[in-house]
Unconditional design. Structure first.
Lengths: 318, 306
């Protein structure tokens, strides 16, 4: 015992080395708890990235057994000449932007309105009701949307009774409405949920700021404009960066479920494109190339937005 | 603005008008949120042929439970319900177990691999290989297609939830774990007997997220188990009904007369679809109001920066 203590003080290098091993041994249970999960993440999140090599091979159902050939950028060349790919690109961007603008505006507005409510019970009720659609599956939501927007459904009846339209509109079957329909449905589903983060930011604003503003003669709207909105700016910027990183993810479920032959030119997104070419036509190489393009553009957008925010001296994500 | 200026003479007026207008707007919002839900319930309890005429609001026009009868007379409905429940329960338990375990390990500041593993796991939130590579992994490499396990194995861990739980654990008093350590407890015991029970609120949140995600999933059924009828989930049954009604109702209005002539059945695709919607949404509607107080804190904990 004493001998060991003396050794420790005399020759430090082996002792520190030993302490690393000892440290590892001491943390064996932490490793036991974390390394299996790390391996799981490696398999399900990192190993598929290795599949990106197929983007440079002519992989499909026939070549997958005997091994596909490397064809360089052939898949990308095909992709960039494919009309359907650019159609999907356009629709993805359009619906993402509509979601971003309307979704963000609506949830900030809702948060402001809720923040002004004095009655806790009423606030709670509104929150419980507006969070609800977030928990419904997209299949259910699209089914409900169909009930609403069908030719002789409640929306057409209401619009006709207040005289905005003369005859029923075929909302679900005309391409020009599709993007906006998706926007409306997404706002309906997520506005309450997305307002949570803004509400919690607003409740953390220092109340003395409001009092000071009131003493200075600021009315309710001026207080919202000059205290509430600056208070949520940091949250807004961080969420904006994240959303810009997700611009390539317009969603897949809603377009796939709500879309049909009549509106295909407006409903087909990049994800639907990947599904149709990859799974239904088994053109794995081409579909992976499209998916890879999507992911890479998404990462570039994320870093780009983060970079711009940094330049503008705003709160950043990364 | 002019309106506001005119009211300046009586400042107390403004403080009555705004809350009323605000309350009205929020009430309209609640109505808009609830209308489609109640409407779907109303259609599901309506006579099938009558429902095709449209115009049902918040209450059934011709009350009938035929849609539920036809739904409940089909063995596949019970089977799908069972599969949905099984996948939800098993996924939630396993996911909670693995996610909270990693969250605990990564909350220990002394842990050597903490930074490395945290980075490796958080990066997965931003980099996603995409549909096809994942499909090839699950379908070809792991051969999970057409088995029940395809619902479980790929969803046993979630990064976002890990961060939520980890943030919560870091917020717990350090002294709790420390005193247990002095008493000779190892990390496993500290986790199971001290930290895990203290995490109930955040675990309830995460359980809700995971359970809802698993219950609402339909795409994995379509991708991997479409041909196996006994592996179909409720959501997938609904998805198939939705696809057919999308095609038929969208062409033109289904002819009421044709349906009436064909007519021994009192349930139509529309009412049956609404009935499945109600059945598949019911568990969520029943559970969710009780968990609301938990998930809001969970969302805030997860924060935006993670």
């Amino acid at each position: 015992m004493m001998n060991g203590a003396v050794q420790k003080s005399v020759i430090p290098p082996p002792s520190t080395k030993k302490s690393i091993w000892k440290k590892l041994w001491d943390q064996k249970y932490l490793m036991l708890m974390s390394i299996p999960v790390l391996l799981y993440v490696m398999l399900f999140n990192y190993y598929p990235l290795w599949g990106w090599r197929y983007a440079f091979q002519n992989l499909d159902l026939t070549t997958i057994k005997k091994g596909a050939d490397w064809i360089g950028l052939g898949n990308f060349q095909w992709l960039f000449n494919e009309k359907l790919f650019w159609l999907g690109f356009r629709n993805t961007l359009a619906m993402s932007l509509i979601n971003l603008v309307f979704g963000t505006t609506a949830s900030i507005l809702l948060a402001i309105l809720l923040n002004e409510v004095r009655s806790r019970a009423f606030k709670r009720t509104v929150q419980t009701v507006t969070y609800l659609p977030h928990f419904l599956s997209m299949v259910i939501v699209v089914g409900m949307a169909q009930n609403m927007f069908i030719t002789d459904g409640p929306i057409n009846r209401m619009l006709m009774s207040i005289g905005l339209i003369d005859s029923p509109v075929w909302w679900l079957g005309e391409g020009k409405y599709f993007w906006w329909l998706v926007g409306i449905i997404n706002v309906w589903k997520e506005v309450g949920w997305n307002s949570i983060i803004y509400i919690s930011t607003m409740t953390s604003i220092d109340p003395t700021l409001y009092e000071a503003a009131a003493i200075d003669g600021a009315g309710r709207f001026q207080r919202i404009l000059n205290v509430t909105l600056p208070g949520i700016k940091a949250t807004f910027v961080v969420l904006l960066i994240m959303n810009i990183g997700h611009l390539m993810e317009a969603g897949f479920e809603i377009q796939y479920l709500l879309g049909n032959k009549q509106v295909y030119d407006f409903s087909q997104t990049l994800d639907v494109f990947v599904l149709e070419f990859g799974i239904q036509n088994n053109k794995y190489g081409r579909a992976i190339a499209a998916g890879m393009f999507k992911s890479v553009v998404g990462i570039i957008l994320l870093f780009g937005a983060n970079f711009v925010a940094k330049k503008m001296d705003e709160e950043t994500l990364l | 603005m002019t309106v506001l200026n005119r009211k300046k003479r009586k400042p107390q007026d403004r403080d009555i008008v705004f809350p009323i207008v605000n309350g009205l707007i929020l009430c309209v919002l609640m109505f808009v949120t609830l209308f489609p839900v109640i409407n779907t319930v109303a259609i599901s309890f309506n006579d099938g042929i009558d429902a095709v005429r449209g115009g049902i609001g918040l209450w059934p026009r011709v009350f009938s439970v035929e849609a539920y009868k036809s739904l409940l007379s089909d063995k596949l409905t019970y089977n799908a319900f069972g599969i949905s429940v099984a996948r939800t329960v098993i996924t939630t338990v396993l996911n909670l177990f693995f996610t909270s375990m990693l969250a605990f390990a990564l909350s220990r500041k002394e842990y050597i691999f903490r930074k490395f593993i945290t980075l490796a796991v958080v990066l997965t939130m931003y980099v996603n290989a995409g549909l096809i590579p994942n499909f090839l992994l699950i379908h070809r490499t792991l051969k999970l297609s057409k088995t029940f396990w395809v619902y479980i194995i790929p969803t046993m861990f979630s990064c976002f939830n890990m961060i939520v739980i980890r943030t919560y654990i870091i917020g717990l008093p350090e002294a709790l774990a420390e005193s247990a350590r002095i008493d000779g407890a190892n990390d496993l015991r500290i986790f199971w007997q001290i930290i895990f029970p203290l995490c109930t609120p955040v675990l309830a949140t995460v359980a809700l997220f995971v359970a809802v995600g698993s219950w609402n999933q339909w795409f994995d059924t379509q991708l991997y188990c479409g041909s196996k009828k006994y592996l179909h989930t409720l959501q997938y049954l609904l998805k198939m009904k939705l696809a057919t009604s999308m095609n038929t109702t969208n062409m033109a209005n289904t002819s009421v007369d044709a349906l009436a002539n064909a007519g021994a059945t009192k349930s139509t695709p529309v009412t049956v679809r609404c009935a499945i919607t109600v059945v598949s949404a019911l568990p969520i509607l029943l559970v969710y109001p009780f968990l609301q107080r938990y998930f809001v804190t969970g969302m805030v904990l997860g924060g935006v920066k993670g």
